[in-house]
Design a protein around this ligand. Structure first.
Ligand SMILES: [Zn+2]
Length: 64
C-alpha cells in the first residue's frame, strides 16, 4: 500500500462516521469498482487476485 493510500485511509478512518465512496482500480487489468470506505475494504481483483488501488475519490458532497 502506498503512502498516499495510507494517508487517504487515515483521513477516512478519522471521519469514519460517514462512508466515502471511492473508485478503486486494478493496476493490472484496469477493472474499476466503487466501494465505500471505511465501511468496505479495498477489494481484490477477481481476475488478477491482486489488491486494487484507490484511483479517485468520489466526494458527492462537493458539487463545485
Ligand atoms: Zn485485475
Amino acid at each position: 500500500m502506498s503512502i498516499i493510500q495510507k494517508l487517504l485511509l487515515n483521513a477516512m478512518i478519522i471521519s469514519k462516521e460517514k462512508n466515502e465512496p471511492v473508485e478503486v482500480r486494478c493496476p493490472k487489468c484496469g477493472r474499476t469498482q466503487i466501494v465505500y470506505i471505511p465501511k468496505e475494504e479495498i477489494p481484490v481483483c477477481e481476475t488478477c487476485h491482486i489488491q486494487m488501488v484507490i484511483s479517485e475519490l468520489l466526494d458527492e458532497g462537493k458539487s463545485t
